[in-house]
Ligand binder design. Structure first.
Ligand code: ADP
Ligand code: ASP
Ligand code: MG
Length: 809
């Protein structure tokens, strides 16, 4: 004998009920079929009851909707409107009218109202099966499943129920239909087993009948690693143990009702959860632990609406008695505590309640602790709303160290603050209370890190689509498949902007069409860009600033404190005051985000990453010598007196070697910024105005109004540039703008470099940095290569992005 339970999700309309019939039809053993109310009928009945309670006549509309749906199903499936249905409706309407008139809804009336849904569905389905030629019979669950009178979630009298079921067995036909969810008291009042309780009915029947198996037919392919409506990439588990199923369900996985586990567990009956709409999928088996050799972590569940109460017994006069009384009041009033932690030192307890229970809990406690001293301990402010509870579940977790470390690390890195943590004594769960607004992100990020470490998604928000921005977007477009295949990274551009427009796509802007999306985007606003980025609240988000804008650089601190990493070639933020630089570093440390600026110095050359490795491993930088401006290098390499210095500057700009405003390069300011960053990253404190600069520009060129004026003035000073060039040439030297740091002093100056010096041979737009450190004392560590250009800068940004992806692993 098998027990098949069909949930409301499997019985939503005529077609799905026919689907359920096909499943029943395929079996050749004696069947017990347990049905839920069709579709969302229980919710609708609840709505009607609440309208009536508020004295709102809309309850009649809702009632009519429920009525019409069932009449239609009865006509279609049974060929007529069953008279039994009208009987149920008549009584239901009378009770609703009573509630409406009295504006009072007791749990007793509510059970009567809600229970009508299963009565209706079971009557329709048993008659439908009969009409289809099956030998089917309807049984009255109200008389067979006996309970106490705790309406809303009644306790089953196991002994009587077991004997009733065994008695009913004598009257079994081939297919025996039971309404799930409903039960009755000894005095024949209708009770319910709690929302989701049809699974429990199935389990009770299976245990008493010693069924071969219980099949729970629903709308998903079994028990999944997370609720598929919240985590798109969740997947079905082949097997879970009874204990794991219980924990998953206890923490919110409504695919199976928690109470339904105990009877089958005791009787050793297996359960399979299957999809009515994909019956060929194997589904999930719930069996004993020994048969369950699955993975460490089985799933992640959540209870979405939770209120938290923190109470300190310290202020209570009678400390010893305080907590026992508190728990007794809650237990006596059937208020379930879903989460609890306590701190011995402060004598404080943090309790979590389902939001729907919290106010009730508070009012019982206020009543209990109402005398003067105690009312200071329990008052309205101790209750905080808008939290969620999430739990990581798996039997084998207890044998493994580091699970909670990983869990909290992942949450922390994604900026999710944790209100309270608890590890169940069964060691099958670790649960945490987090802000409700972060739930979706938390579930996804945990799911990704525990179940999909194979493939991770990176969400990029890019401002700046000029030369470097374009090159960067082209590079990720080109590398997309490679990254997916070889690095298991799914790179998505969620937002892109330039100074005029911006565009967003939650699922990622199609990479080959980013320009089109941007052109057709909305007007750019940096505030809206950041707001959108914060609102979507995606895990593994990276903000990439590819502008040279001061305005944008001012956003970093707040972005980093949202736990979003920042990658940028923009040097402004790192070269403002030293205090500001430290603040950015501190924000990134505090909020688990990263501030990566490799491309601030020499484009894509691995200068800062190497420097950071040296420092982290205990080395110390004693002296630096560097040629840091690819632009100036290019200028002095190209300039030979035949074309004007102004024209060479224009060429550097056209080729994308210079800053958008080449005056920043030529004035030496850009080199000063790079040197300052090198010094700061070498852990020395320094301000921009402490760097000594000897400008090589004649005075007339240092105060141009705009770029044209600047070119004009440079043109006028052509003889000067020619002269310094000729002088160096005469001494077999080349001109280089050299940046150095020694004995705590930073300097930038144009120098004539003789043939014997390593800087002499620097070609084109090459840069070089010589690190003299404690370990590299005699021979410096030299890093040399192309230090400017859109492609190499873009690849440096790319490298920083991948660095973040790796460290988030
Ligand atoms: P039924 O009407 O069949 O009893 P329910 O709505 O009670 O169905 O339960 C099925 C739903 O449970 C699914 O549609 C899914 O959204 C939700 N659910 C929550 N957690 C899980 C999980 N871990 N695995 C599968 N489904 C889950
Ligand atoms: N129909 C009830 C509910 O929606 C019971 C069930 O579906 O298990 O809660
Ligand atoms: Mg259910």
């Amino acid at each position: 004998m098998k027990v098949l339970k069909f949930g409301g999700t499997s019985l939503g309309n005529e077609a799905s009920i026919r689907q359920a019939k096909d499943i029943i039809f395929k079996n050749d053993s004696i069947l017990v079929v347990v049905v839920s109310a069709v579709g969302k009928t229980t919710d609708d009945l609840n709505e009607a009851a609440n309208f009536a309670k508020m004295g709102d006549s809309k309850y009649i509309d809702t009632f009519n909707q429920i009525h019409d749906l069932h009449v239609l199903l009865s006509e279609r499936l049974c060929g007529k409107v069953l008279p039994e249905l009208e009987e149920v409706f008549e009584k239901l309407l009378r009770v609703l009218e009573g509630v409406f008139l009295l504006k009072e809804l007791t749990n007793r009336s509510l059970d009567f109202i809600l229970g009508s849904g299963e009565l209706l569905s079971s009557l329709i389905i048993s008659n439908f099966l009969l009409a289809e030629g099956l030998s089917a019979k309807w049984f009255d669950s109200r008389k067979i499943i006996l309970t106490d009178d705790q309406f809303g979630s009644a306790n089953v009298h196991s002994f009587e129920t077991d004997s009733n079921i065994k008695k009913a067995k004598h009257d079994f036909e081939v297919i025996n239909v039971f309404a799930g969810f409903i039960a009755g008291t000894e005095s024949h009042e209708i009770t319910t087993l709690g929302r989701g309780g049809s699974d429990y009915t199935a389990s009770l029947l299976a245990a008493s009948l010693n069924a071969e198996i219980v099949e729970i037919w629903t709308d998903v392919n079994g028990i999944m690693t997370a609720d598929p409506s919240k985590v798109k990439r969740s997947h079905t588990l082949d097997k879970v143990s009874y204990e794991e199923a219980l924990e998953l369900s206890h923490f919110g996985a409504k695919v199976i009702y928690a109470q339904s586990i105990a009877p089958v567990f005791k009787a050793g009956i297996s359960v399979v959860v299957k999809n009515t709409f994909e019956p060929d999928m194997t589904g999930t088996f719930i069996t004993s632990d020994e048969n369950n050799n699955g993975s460490l972590i089985k799933g992640i569940s959540s209870i979405d609406e939770v209120s938290v109460m923190s109470v300190s017994g310290n202020a209570a006069l009678n400390k010893i008695d305080f907590f026992p009384r508190l728990f007794k009041v809650l237990a006596d009033n059937q208020v379930e505590i879903i989460f609890m932690t306590h701190s011995n030192a402060e004598y404080t307890v943090t309790l979590g309640f389902k939001a729907s229970e919290a106010k009730k809990a508070l009012s019982f406690l206020k009543k209990e602790f109402r005398n003067k001293d105690e009312s200071q301990v329990i008052h309205s402010e101790v209750l905080e709303e808008d939290y969620s509870l999430l739990a990581l579940i798996g039997s084998k977790m207890k044998d493994q160290v580091g699970v909670s470390g990983k869990m909290f690390n992942v949450l922390g890195k994604n900026g999710i603050s944790i209100k309270a943590i608890s590890q169940g004594s069964s060691e099958r769960n670790i649960s945490a209370i987090i802000p409700k607004a972060d739930l979706s992100k938390a579930l996804n990020v945990l799911h990704e890190s525990f179940f999909l470490s194979e493939m991770r998604r990176l969400n990029l928000f890019i401002i700046g689509a000029g030369n470097v921005g374009k090159a960067f977007l082209d590079q990720i477009t080109g590398q997309f498949l490679f990254l997916k295949k070889h690095h298991h990274l799914n790179v998505k551009v969620i937002g892109v902007a330039n100074s005029r427009k911006m565009a967003f796509q939650k699922d990622g802007i199609p990479l080959s069409k980013w320009q089109k999306y941007l052109d057709e985007g909305e007007v750019f606003s940096k505030e809206v860009f950041v707001e959108t980025m914060n609102d979507v609240n995606f895990r593994n988000s990276i903000f990439i600033d590819i502008t040279a804008s001061e305005d944008i650089s001012e956003l970093y601190a707040s972005i980093l404190s949202q736990s979003i990493s920042v990658v940028t070639p923009n040097k402004i933020a790192a070269t403002r005051s030293f205090e500001n630089y430290l603040e950015l570093k501190a924000a990134s440390r505090r909020y688990g985000s990263q501030f990566l600026i490799e491309t601030n110095v020499c484009a894509g050359l691995p200068i800062l990453s190497t420097l950071n490795d040296l420092i982290r491993s205990g080395d110390q930088v004693n002296k630096l010598e560097a040629v840091l401006s690819g632009t100036l290098n290019f200028l002095f390499n190209e300039y030979n007196g035949t074309i004007s210095f102004a024209d060479v500057i224009k060429k550097a700009k056209e080729l994308g070697y210079s800053e958008p405003d080449p005056r920043l390069d030529i004035s030496g300011e850009d080199v000063m910024r790079k040197l300052l960053i090198l010094i700061r990253e070498s852990t020395y404190e320094m301000e921009m105005d402490e760097i000594e600069i000897t400008s090589f520009l004649p005075k007339s060129c240092t105060d141009s109004v705009d770029l044209d004026d600047f070119y004009h003035k440079i043109e006028q000073e052509e003889p000067y540039f020619k002269a310094i060039f000729e002088k160096a040439k005469a001494g077999n030297s080349r001109l280089k703008l050299v940046a150095s740091f020694q004995n705590g002093k930073g300097r930038v100056a144009l120098e004539e470099i003789p043939e014997t010096h390593p800087f002499y041979q620097l070609e084109g737009k090459d840069n070089v940095v010589l690190f003299y450190t404690t370990r590299y004392a005699e021979q410096p560590l030299v890093i040399k290569g192309a230090g400017a250009g859109a492609e190499v800068t873009a690849s440096g940004i790319f490298a920083d992005v991948l660095r973040i992806a790796q460290s988030n692993n």
